[in-house]
Structure formats: C-alpha cells, structure tokens
Design a protein around this ligand. Structure first.
Ligand code: ATP
Length: 450
C-alpha cells in the first residue's frame, strides 16, 4: 500500500521536520549546498558512527586518521587530479546554462541543442572539478591550494606515518571520514550530488598477489553493511561493474553499489582496486621510497590498495529514500483518506529512538512521563511531548521515524505499566516500567522492517 516517493515529497518532508535545509535560504539559497537540521545531523552522525564502528572497531587491522582538507598542491599532481579530474562540459550560448556532456539527454547530445531552451550549445570543453584558493595574503600562482576532491589522498600520503607509528602489518586498512569538494557542473537531486559533501573512505593495503581475494572480501562486507547494519531493502540495491570506458585512470577493477533513488539507479559507493598507483606516484613525486618490507620473507613491495569509497551525505539520501512510506489506512471519520507517512529507519539510525508521552498533562501523568523519559536518556536518544491528541503525537513520531513510543496513562500510576507502541506495525503492548529499557534494547537487536 502507499504511493510513489518523489524527490519533491522528500525535500518537503526534510524541510518541514528539520532534516535538511537549503543553504543560506534567507538570501534566496545557494544552489547545491545544504544544511543539516536538528534531526538530519543526528541521522548523519548515526550513519557515520555505524560506518566507523564497522570499519575500525570490528576489524583489528584497520585504524583511523583525520587528515587536513588543505594539502600540498603536489599531492594533486601526483594523484592525477590536476591532469585528469575533469568533465566534458558544454554551455548554452543563449541561456548560459552549463551541462555535463555525458549527463545530457541522448537527444540533446546528438542534436547539440540546449535541453532547457533549445539554444545552440558550445563544443565540449574539459572543466577541472577541483576548487582552488590561495594560502596567505597574496593571491598568486605560487600559493594556490586546492580543497580536496576526495579524502583518499590524505590516507596515501600518511601511509608511512601510520606504518611507523601503529605497528600495523599488511594486510591493513586506514579509514577516514571527512569533507570533500567538487565544482560539480550539474548539481541536482537534492543532496545526491553537491559541491561540498562528506565521504567515508577506507584504503586497504595488501600484497599485490592477493588483490582478487580482498576485492571479493570487501564487496561482501559492504553489501552486508547496507542490508544488515543500515537496514536498506536488498531489492533496492545492486552492483554495477565498471566497463573499460568507465574505469578511472588508476583502477584495475571497480564495482559500484547502486541504489534505486526516486530518480533512478545511481552510485552510492565504489569498491575499487587502485593497484599500487597512488603509492607509486607519491613516491615518484616526493622522491622518497614508499613501500613495505615483509619481515618473514624479506620481500619488499609496493602494496596494492582495495578501496571502499562511500558518500556520507549520499547515504543520508539513500536512508531517507529507503525509509519513506505513505500508507493508506482507509477513510477517517470525515470520509477522507487516512494517509500515514512513516519513515522506517533502522532503530540504530533513527534521530529519536524513544518518545515518551503522558496521555494527559494533569493528575501527575506529565511528571511521571517526564521521569521515565529522563531515566531512559542514558540508554537511548529520547524525546518528551505532551501537546495534542495522542494519535497526532504518534503520527508526528512516525513521520520522523521514531521506532518506539511510550504512553503513560492513569493505569500507569496504579500498576507501573505503560503502553509501548511499535512504529512499523503500530502494535501496542503493555510493559512494566522497569522492563522498558531491556524490551527496547531487544527490539533494536531483533529489528526487522515490516
Ligand atoms: P560520479 O561519477 O557520480 O561523479 P564518482 O564516481 O566520481 O561519482 P567517486 O570519486 O568514486 O565518485 O566518489 C566516491 C563516493 O563519493 C561516491 O560513490 C559518492 O557516494 C560520493 N560522491 C562523489 N561525488 C559526490 C558529490 N558531488 N556529492 C555527493 N557525494 C559524492
């Protein structure tokens, strides 16, 4: 049951409920930049924390770093970004809109007319996607720096530092979460493609003979992360292998995890075999050896890298799209369709895990509900709400994906029990106050979307 999700519906819910706002909206907005509101920041942080835990805590051979956004300009020469990081772009001579040629509709590409106004298009030109700025008071070519277009290079240039300081042995990985910037020509579809975004990347350093094995291992790990840890519906994600014309200049093999967004299947994460490209290039450009000595065999080699590169902000969009459902619950008393909008977030991702309501404010129920809410705070993210009809309070929580609601009523004062309502099934059960935390914890552990 329920009707189709559109991007308009999602953008509107995000604004209405405080997930995502247009950047600088009071000034008319800055296109392709978005701000995360009170609920959005919690959702994003929850996704980041789960990724970090899966990648570092759950693997004893992966460590984290947090590198600076600004790096030495030579980094981007070595990485190939100065030379290769560009898209073919065409401009409309009439309306001045700029398009990425490879993303234009087939017809517009063949006829060379603007898909917006029908005007004449220029020949395609290469457009470098890196944002540049100047370090220091004088703006000249000698002090130009770039905002990093990916977090990966911060890991490669720290390979030796981590190796020497952490006693890690190959195979091992380095994980990082942080901002990246790309001067994207076509930015649309809300937070899918933006000029400022966040990545969650992990580079896994291995012996070159073992690349196929580790590539498969990481593909499996990443699939399980999406379906089991984030609770994404398995029929909404798929693998897409890069053909020879799609492979990046450094890659030997690459698979994308794709999600079926309201606008179609699109990339969410890349799993890449980057070979020894990056370490070799940095060694060449900095003029110092960057390699690894296998102590037992005395073999010295440049490690290969299997990379898992996910967009954090793009995962927020994935989780929002995947969670959204409109359910038609029949007709209400006035004969109108009763539509319930519910976000089926996995409880571990939900910005608010538990909401507590008194049935009415008076007769000590508010105080009791507040006390229960305060006691649950150390275990869960909680929210207290005493305003409006109880049904409306439930619906407000459904719309922001709160998986558990607790209602305190007159019986609660007599027998120390409360109503626990489950978001997905709307089932209501009576639970003793002292058993609440354990019941919710079990619910989270055994959670299956219904
Ligand atoms: P595309 O072909 O869509 O431009 P890409 O293949 O260049 O993306 P990668 O360089 O592999 O992307 O980046 C890894 C991940 O970072 C992507 O899977 C995506 O989740 C995220 N990402 C890349 N560019 C953006 C962007 N402009 N906005 C939001 N997320 C992005």
């Amino acid at each position: 049951m329920g009707s189709e999700l559109t991007m308009d519906k999602l953008v509107s819910l995000c604004k209405r409920r405080g997930f995502v706002f247009q950047s600088s909206e009071i000034y008319g907005g800055l296109s392709s930049a978005w701000d995360y509101g009170p609920l959005g920041v919690e959702l994003k942080k929850n996704i980041q924390n789960i990724w970090w835990k899966e990648m570092t805590q759950m693997h004893d051979n992966i460590v984290g770093i947090d590198a600076a956004i600004l790096m030495h300009p030579r980094v981007w020469e070595a990485s190939g970004h100065v030379e290769n990081f560009s898209d073919p772009m065409v401009d409309c001579k009439k309306c001045k809109t700029r398009f990425r040629e490879d993303q234009m509709p087939e017809e517009a590409r063949n006829t060379k007319v603007c898909p917006d106004c029908g005007g004449e298009l220029t020949e395609p030109r290469q457009f470098n996607l890196m944002f540049s700025t100047h370090m220091g008071p004088v703006a000249d070519d000698g002090n130009m720096v770039f905002l990093r277009p990916e977090t990966a290079q911060g890991i490669f240039v720290n390979f030796k530092n981590v190796l020497q300081s952490s006693r890690v042995k190959i195979p091992f990985g380095i994980a990082q979460v942080g901002k990246a910037f790309r001067n994207e020509i076509t930015t649309k579809n809300f937070i899918f493609r933006t000029c400022e975004f966040e990545q969650m990347e992990m580079q896994f350093f291995i012996h070159p003979d073992e690349d196929d094995k580790w590539f498969e291992y990481w593909k499996e790990q990443r699939w399980a992360y999406y379906t089991e840890k984030l609770g994404i519906q398995p029929d909404k994600i798929q693998w897409h292998q890069h053909g020879p014309d799609e492979l990046a200049h450094y890659a030997k093999d690459a698979y994308d995890v794709e999600y079926e967004f309201p606008f179609g299947w699109s990339e969410l994460e890349g799993v890449h075999n980057r070979t020894d490209f990056d370490l070799s290039r940095h060694s060449e450009y900095c003029g110092k050896p960057i390699n690894y000595l296998e102590e037992e065999t005395k073999e010295r080699f440049t490690p290969y890298v299997i990379e898992t590169s996910a967009g954090l902000t793009r995962t927020v969009l994935t989780v929002l799209s995947d969670a959204y459902e409109e359910q038609n619950l029949g007709t209400d008393a006035k004969g109108k369709d009763d539509i319930r909008t519910v976000m089926h977030f996995h409880p571990n991702l939900a910005p608010i895990m538990v909401a507590v309501f008194p049935l009415v404010k008076k007769d000590g129920l508010a105080e009791l509900a507040k006390k229960i809410e305060t006691e649950l705070r150390s275990d869960f993210t909680t929210f207290y709400d005493q305003s409006g009809a109880i049904g409306r309070r439930y619906r407000r929580m459904d719309e922001i994906g709160t998986p558990y609601c607790i209602t305190v009523d007159y019986d609660s004062k007599e027998d120390d029990t409360v109503t626990l309502r489950y978001r997905d099934s709307m089932e209501q059960v009576r639970v003793k106050v002292e058993d609440l935390a354990a019941t919710i914890r079990k619910g989270i552990k055994d959670y299956k979307r219904v």
